[in-house]
Design a protein. Structure first.
Length: 403
């Protein structure tokens, strides 16, 4: 049994916790606050095929350092996860890497929707957390850009009672906007080319498909006020629509291009400051359900390339919880909201069985970010000073000291 003595709850009470464990151990948690461990519903840990950017040994270390004990991994790997066999192969590789790391990270996988492999979906329904649809191209070449396939995915998912997670950016609009663009090709152009309308067009389309088929819809990385408006209406109408935002859309805006260059390039792109404020309001209003790190590492060399060559995505899992705890200290968000965003809503939406994983955080601890354990070796948050850090992550009864 693992005993945690004198932990503080988010409502300020002092408690002892008893967690099933193979070891007999007591942790003095005076001054530490206990939260459910983070569930990160959106990571790209790059296995198979892109392990030079990240793998599950380094990804799992980054996760537990961020107080996270469960991740849902995306299918845009090499090859993509779009058949039952590829899914099995991916799981075997992940298990091997986690075993080597000695970290029993909990994980689930998204299945990639691909035109040529839609017939594979029913066979994996109990083996995946949902179907991932890229409505616009991002890293890799998974994309569903025709209405017929999109309707098919939503209708199969509804029939099989599977959730559809959408990367909602409209591929045709992206192509048109790129073709007719005559401005300077710099990093700022990214937010212009893949503008808010590109996202809202796809979100509106996905919501209409849910209205038609009744499919459970999870909208990934919501980044703008206009998407929030559509989602608010969908929720009011009683549709099974859920929304995720990311740490980078909450804590960065387009001014980050001037500081970070290509490291600030993500899909969907960073928006202006006004949209960040709306995202915080949408958290208070419970329109946004979850936060996903969209941990999408690329090497420094790749991210240093000029716009057009530089891949989209940034790592984030290690610092997502500290960023939120810092926002709590700045009175931008409550601890109840932090718990709701980082675990409680994900548990409801994805039907995650109860477990005892927790994270003990020191809300006063102040650290300047100077290093990362992610294999890519960089973080967009480098140099940032945050107040509120995880100290122990407890996973399957195992206590990992992460200081
Ligand atoms: O910025 C992004 N990076 N957005 C995505 O949709 C994919 C991700 C990646 O895998 O690199
Ligand atoms: Zn992603």
């Amino acid at each position: 049994m693992l005993t945690i003595k004198n932990a503080t709850t988010i409502h300020g009470e002092t408690r002892d916790l008893h967690i099933h464990s193979s070891e007999d151990k007591t942790i003095q948690a005076d001054g530490l606050t206990v939260l459910p461990a983070v569930i990160d519903p959106h990571v790209h840990f790059r296995t198979p095929g892109l392990e030079y950017k990240e793998d599950w040994r380094t990804g799992a270390r980054a996760a537990v350092r961020g107080g996270c004990t469960m991740v849902f991994d995306m299918p845009n790997t090499k090859p993509p996860t779009f058949t039952a066999d590829l899914l099995d192969e991916k799981k075997a590789l992940i298990d091997q890497q986690l075993n080597e790391a000695g970290i029993p990270l909990r994980y689930q996988l998204f299945f990639g929707a691909d035109k040529q492999h839609l017939n594979e979906i029913p066979g994996v329904k109990d083996a995946v957390v949902g179907i991932k649809v890229f409505m616009g191209c991002s890293t890799g070449n998974l994309v569903i850009d025709d209405d017929e396939s999109l309707h098919a995915v939503f209708s199969i998912a509804a029939r099989e009672n599977m959730l559809v997670a959408v990367h909602a950016e409209d591929e045709h609009m992206i192509r048109e906007r790129k073709a007719s663009y005559h401005g300077e090709m710099n990093y700022h152009a990214h937010s212009h080319l893949r503008n808010v309308e590109v996202a809202t067009t796809a979100v509106a389309k996905a919501v209409e498909l849910t209205r038609r088929y009744g499919t459970r819809l999870y909208i990934l990385h919501v980044s703008s006020a206009e998407e929030i408006d559509i989602i608010r209406t969908a929720k009011k109408d009683g549709l099974p629509v859920f929304a995720e935002t990311t740490p980078h859309h909450l804590f960065f805006d387009t001014s980050a291009y001037d500081v970070l260059g290509g490291k600030a390039v993500v899909n969907p792109p960073l928006r202006d400051k006004k949209n960040r404020e709306v995202l915080f309001s949408a958290i208070h209003e419970k329109i946004i359900d979850t936060i996903g790190s969209d941990h999408a590492p690329h090497t420094v060399e790749e991210k240093s390339k000029a716009y057009g060559e530089c891949p989209s995505g940034m790592p984030g899992i290690e610092f997502m919880l500290p960023l939120l705890l810092n926002a709590y200290n700045e009175k931008k968000i409550s601890l109840d909201e932090v718990v709701s965003l980082t675990s409680a809503r994900a548990r409801d939406i994805f039907h995650i069985p109860e477990h005892e994983d927790v994270v003990l955080v020191d809300l006063e601890k102040t650290i300047t970010i100077t290093r990362t354990v992610s294999k890519c070796g960089w973080s967009p948050y480098m140099g940032l000073t945050l107040r509120g850090w995880p100290v122990y992550t407890i996973i399957r009864g195992q206590c990992l000291n992460i200081t």
